[in-house]
Write a protein that binds this ligand. Structure first.
Ligand SMILES: *[C@@H]1O[C@H](CO)[C@@H](O)[C@H](O)[C@H]1NC(C)=O
Ligand SMILES: *[C@@H]1O[C@H](CO)[C@@H](O)[C@H](O)[C@H]1NC(C)=O
Ligand SMILES: *[C@@H]1O[C@H](CO)[C@@H](O)[C@H](O)[C@H]1NC(C)=O
Length: 410
């Protein structure tokens, strides 16, 4: 037995000509009417072949093999990932089988719109580029259909960036066959890693497929486990930050009187501010689970700020006192004077008072330096602890959070 509509194909094969294909971008074009010269006068016969094959009371089983050929352009600022996939769909359509002893040809190539094919939509996609707008299906004499679809797509992915730049995220692509119901059609999905390029910041560590249960519309999902391997970020972010902090600590060893110390610390703070603003631009923001690095670098900024302020304040007070000591004939020496019984202008006493004040400032500076070192060391340890043990679970998507309401369940 053979579907009568296949006859024109077999006739064409003998004639060696091809029927012009109907170009289209979607995967569900309106049924094409057959040219009457092919001997099919009833369009219903054509219509029948583009209906989904019937599998009795069970659903038609469509086997999907997903070959992931490339994952490029992982954009954490826009929360998107671009990937190239090759889908191999195969199913059994016994209406297409033919009698091999009458027509000895083993495999036929048919345009996709002349037979039933599942129409696929990717839920997370911003855009999908089906590389061949009119793919061809292969049919063998038993009615096994095989269809290859190559696509490039950019999809949305909620990266978990808490541990950036050593972050890992699961990115899911959900394929829905919106023109069929789950009772008619069922997917059976496998995924194969065919990625050849390894020179990437984000590498694919694992690939999984699943068929979500209890869907109204047939669906399968491909999950990419993406891992950030960017050593560059560590070198470009952590090393300068630590170096600046260390340089600032060393600046505390300069004597308080040296005017270079203030200049040194202010320069460091300025340099750090430039670094900080470029860092903040390079990291994405999110409603939950922001990268720990942002907090870390903000605390670093505060530490540098406090240390610079301390230097400026103490140096400023010392300089004022020094000026007063030089103008010692003036009787008023303000609240800093330690000897209230100062009867008259006495250069020796003024020098002594300045000396006391200076030693007090130096003691304060020393105490601050010790405190500062302790603070820096503590902050580093607290940060390492947070890095190792902190976990963060992003808020569920609004459509998933509300059990009754929210998005309609597909
Ligand atoms: C195929 O065709 C041959 C020759 O016409 C016939 O004998 C045979 O029964 C056919 N087989 C089927 C499955 O129809
Ligand atoms: C029909 O359904 C059965 C049971 O689910 C399945 O084993 C079989 O492969 C299906 N046949 C086709 C052509 O999909
Ligand atoms: C990704 O998914 C796998 C399997 O569901 C799970 O074991 C893993 O913890 C997930 N990874 C992340 C980073 O969410």
């Amino acid at each position: 037995m053979m579907a009568p509509w296949l006859l024109p194909y077999l006739a064409l094969l003998r004639l060696g000509t091809t029927r012009p294909l109907v170009q289209g971008h979607g995967f569900r074009a309106p049924a094409v009417a057959w040219p009457s010269s092919f001997g099919l006068n009833s369009p219903l016969e054509v219509q029948e072949t583009i209906q989904i094959p019937n599998n009795g009371s069970a659903a038609l089983l469509v086997d999907v093999q997903v070959f992931v050929t490339n994952v490029f352009n992982v954009d954490i600022l826009r929360y998107t990932v671009s990937s190239m996939l090759l889908l191999r769909l195969s199913w059994l359509d016994t209406r297409l089988a033919w009698n091999a002893s009458v027509h000895p040809r083993r495999v036929l190539t048919l345009p996709w719109d002349s037979l039933w094919t599942p129409g696929l939509t990717i839920q997370e996609a911003l855009w999908v580029d089906w590389q061949n707008p009119s793919p061809q299906a292969q049919v063998d004499q038993d009615g096994h259909v095989e269809l290859y679809l190559a696509l490039t797509t950019e999809t949305n992915c909620d990266f978990e960036l808490l541990h950036f730049p050593r972050d890992q995220s699961n990115c899911t692509l959900s394929f829905y066959a919106l023109s069929n119901t789950a009772t008619e059609l069922e997917f059976q999905a496998h995924v194969v890693n065919r990625i050849v390029s390894v020179k990437r910041e984000y590498v694919v560590r694992d690939l999984q497929t699943q068929v979500p249960p209890q869907q109204l519309v047939p669906c399968f999902q491909v999950t990419l486990l993406l891992q950030n391997t960017a050593l560059k970020t560590i070198i470009a972010l952590l090393v300068p930050g630590e170096a600046l902090l260390l340089a600032d600590l060393c600046g505390g060893l300069l004597p308080l009187q040296a005017t270079e110390r203030t200049a040194y610390k202010v320069t460091l703070l300025l340099g750090y501010l430039v670094f900080h603003s470029s860092l903040v631009q390079a990291l994405p923001s999110s409603s939950s689970c922001n990268p720990l690095l942002i907090y870390y670098f903000t605390i670093l900024l505060l530490l540098l700020f406090v240390s610079t302020m301390e230097t400026v304040l103490l140096a400023g007070l010392l300089a004022r006192d020094h000026l007063r000591a030089e103008r010692s004939p003036s009787p008023a020496r303000g609240g800093q004077q330690h000897d209230p019984d100062n009867g008259g202008p006495n250069p020796e006493e003024a020098t002594r008072a300045t000396g006391t004040w200076r030693s007090w400032a130096e003691a304060a500076d020393h105490a601050f330096f010790l405190l500062y070192v302790a603070g820096v060391v503590c902050s580093q340890f607290i940060f390492i602890g947070l890095w190792m043990w902190a976990t963060c679970k992003s808020d569920p998507a609004p459509g998933k959070a509300a059990p009754h309401g929210g998005q309609p369940r597909l």
